[in-house]
Design a protein. Sequence first.
Length: 150
Amino acid sequence: KLGYGQKSYDEPGLDDRDEWLVEGQFDYFFTPKTSMYLRGLRRIHETDSLGSTDILTHRILLGYRQRFTAKIRGEAAVSFRNDEYDGEVTIDGTTASRDDDYLGFTVAIGFSPRSWLNLSLGYEYRDRDSNFDSEDYTSNTMFLRATAAL
């Protein structure tokens, strides 16, 4: 996908935003049971910081899928994301442009007891490195997910 996004703000003094937007995905099947995928995007998101009008996000994700049996599968993925905040924000008394980098990975094992039901158990790690030290964090998440489709 390739597009051009424009944001116009009603509030006086805020600059309009014009950006090229890109999103893509490439899947490669080594065998019917083994595949890899690469996803990337460049997109504008709403801001979560006062003083910034929006966030320009660049993201890349590389993943690997393996089907072990007809009902059991595994998946692993690594990702990198950069968020560039438009405008200057004030955090802890410091005013500057904000830039956050995220690094993460996910591993999961899935089980499909029925063709319409998928269960997954996994772990996700995420690390955010911001140019504002108080916005840095590390997240460790265990999850159990159930997905049903008709």
